[in-house]
Unconditional design. Structure first.
Length: 174
């Protein structure tokens, strides 16, 4: 069963914890009194930001974002789950971005459907980008995060300055 939130009144992206150990959440207030806390992975945030940018670019939206603070969010959300799938589109009749969000444990069937006004979508992009930029940098070769202690890139094709553990070269350098 899909719950229709209508046009969202507010949406807020948040992260909790230190880089490398963070959790990510979208808090959404629906058109009535509905509320949702949607728990995502960092990759979800990155892809969602890109998808929103593509939709706004295709419809030619060039105005500024709306302040999107979620002030009256309840202590316990009516819907609270880990996101498994996200579908995004544009509804030309309403002029809103449409999201269909599926719960990880329930497969691919959408659990929530909501619409975001274009100015609120732009605000969400800014929030997502800020959260992403606060995290660990991403390796341009393999796409994995680079820790403070370094990164052994699987795509460096033998050109890494780090010795391979257990190899003769590693033992000779000791």
């Amino acid at each position: 069963m899909t719950v229709d939130f209508g046009v969202a009144r507010a949406v807020s992206a948040q992260s909790f914890g230190d880089p490398g150990q963070r959790t990510f959440c979208l808090r959404i207030l629906g058109s009535a009194s509905q509320s949702a806390s949607l728990w995502l992975e960092k990759e979800h945030l990155r892809v969602l930001s890109l998808a929103f940018r593509q939709v706004l670019s295709q419809v030619g939206y060039a105005k500024g974002p709306r302040a999107a603070e979620v002030r009256e969010f309840p202590e316990t959300a009516e819907h609270d789950f880990r996101v498994g799938s996200i579908g995004i589109g544009f509804d030309a009749s309403s002029g809103n971005v449409v999201l269909q969000i599926g719960e990880l444990e329930k497969g691919d069937d959408p659990v929530l459907r909501l619409q975001l006004a274009l100015d609120l979508s732009l605000s969400l992009i800014e929030q997502l980008d800020a959260i992403i930029s606060e995290g660990r940098p991403i390796c341009p070769l393999c796409g994995l995060p680079i820790d403070r202690t370094g990164h052994v890139c699987i795509r460096s094709n033998g050109h890494s300055s780090d010795a391979v553990p257990g190899s003769d070269a590693a033992e000779e350098g000791s």
